[in-house]
Write a protein that binds this ligand. Structure first.
Ligand SMILES: [Zn+2]
Length: 411
């Protein structure tokens, strides 16, 4: 039995509370213990409370002194595109010069450049890059990420990405939740309906047979997959036992949020253009909105999703990075907290709830992670600050001093 006693945390941000996603004013309740302590045995939290009480039961446990630091559950990043080859540096510079998406695509940039590089890359090379990315997440205090395929767009290349995710999970301490996003774009030379057929008749059955994903996702947007096509793919995925997520209402309000509600999706992601009808539909069907302010920021846009209205409507809001080489090249949840507070007027406490306990529920792991409570996994980070609000306040500076997964130090 390995055991660990964490003592003297300036603020131990537990997020203990009801065993479900937090809504409304609950999102502001972080259940902080000042001068807090926690006893960890065999990777799980055994007890948590005032440091003085925990200290009495230390026994032979290894002691970690968190004096002067804030201790929190590891961030759960509920929306990433972690596996890809190369980068989009040229697009980045062209955008800075004021070129449009169309000009960038004509110059050989855009999603296609990433698809081509990812198809050409070996499983080994993709894994090496993915390990580097995984380490970036850990350094920001993130201990679980949802990660999507979607840069292959052929049967073999989509499966290759999902297999890389499976190997990554075995080789790094970062916990990975895999999602199949075959319907990320329509490959060249195929019509949308031809590709839809390929996703439904070949990709989905293989993904399920090889047990490579927990969720199915789609990009529902003008020029990509429309509402009817998205409905077809997601309905088929649901029949095969996958849970549903969706990139919806990002560039246009196409009714994507309503579609996710209709299909009983777990999450509806992006939602920059979602109106009050979409918000009401999500509320009625208990779909969690996953907001991705990093992509709005990195694309130089100013149309952020309506987080305040969503919280006031009682939605269990989630924040995530949307880590990807094109529109959101950041693994940093603290940066996302900063954007949530400054651009979407969420409070620091709401932002922390959205990126821990609510995010954990959105990847079906609310019973294991996302808060620091007895019997949950000891996934936590010690930050170099004395008040949790500093995480969102000092933006752009790394504050994680140490990161633990299942009670073991990984950073
Ligand atoms: Zn995305």
């Amino acid at each position: 039995m390995s055991s660990l006693a964490l003592l003297h945390a300036e603020q131990l941000v537990t997020l203990s509370g009801p065993k479900r996603p937090r809504v409304g004013v609950e999102m502001s309740e972080l259940a902080i213990i000042r001068n807090g302590g926690m006893l960890v045995r065999d990777g799980k939290i055994e007890s948590i409370g005032p440091s003085d009480e925990i200290e009495q039961n230390v026994g032979d446990a290894e002691v970690v002194d968190a004096r002067g630091g804030v201790v929190m559950p590891g961030f759960v990043d509920a929306h990433t595109h972690l596996v890809f080859a190369g980068n989009r540096l040229d697009d980045f510079e062209r955008r800075a010069r004021g070129e449009t998406y169309e000009q960038i695509a004509r110059a050989g940039g855009g999603i296609w450049s990433t698809v081509e590089k990812t198809r050409a890359a070996s499983e080994r090379d993709l894994l090496a890059d993915a390990k580097k990315h995984a380490n970036w997440f850990l350094r920001c205090g993130t201990t679980t990420v949802e990660a999507k395929s979607g840069y292959g767009l052929t049967v073999e290349d989509e499966l290759k990405i999902l297999r890389v995710l499976r190997r990554l999970k075995e080789e790094v301490p970062l916990e990975i939740v895999p999602t199949f996003l075959g319907a990320h774009a329509v490959p060249r030379k195929l019509t949308p309906d031809e590709y839809l057929d390929l996703v439904i008749t070949e990709m989905l059955p293989r993904v399920v047979m090889e047990n490579l994903a927990e969720f199915c996702d789609i990009f529902c947007e003008r020029g990509y997959f429309d509402i009817d096509q998205s409905r077809k793919i997601l309905s088929e995925a649901k029949k095969l036992g996958l849970n549903l997520r969706g990139h919806v209402d990002q560039l246009t309000n196409s009714g994507g949020a309503k579609l996710m509600a209709e299909l009983g999706g777990t999450t509806a992601d992006h939602l920059e253009q979602t109106d009050e009808q979409g918000i009401a539909a999500l509320r009625k069907a208990n779909v969690q909105p996953v907001l991705l302010p990093g992509s709005v920021y990195a694309l130089g846009s100013s149309r952020y999703p309506r987080a305040r209205e969503m919280i006031e409507a009682g939605l269990a809001v989630v924040l995530a990075t949307d880590f990807n080489p094109g529109s959101s090249p950041t693994p940093s949840m603290p940066m996302v907290l900063s954007l949530a507070c400054t651009q979407m007027k969420m409070s620091p406490a709401e932002a922390i709830t959205a990126s821990t306990v609510n995010a954990a529920h959105s990847v079906n792991r609310g019973d294991k992670i996302g808060s620091l409570e007895p019997r949950k996994l000891a996934n936590f980070a010690i930050f170099d600050c004395q008040d949790y609000r500093e995480l969102a306040y000092w933006f752009g500076t790394p504050q994680a001093l140490a990161v633990y997964v299942k009670g073991g130090r990984v950073l």
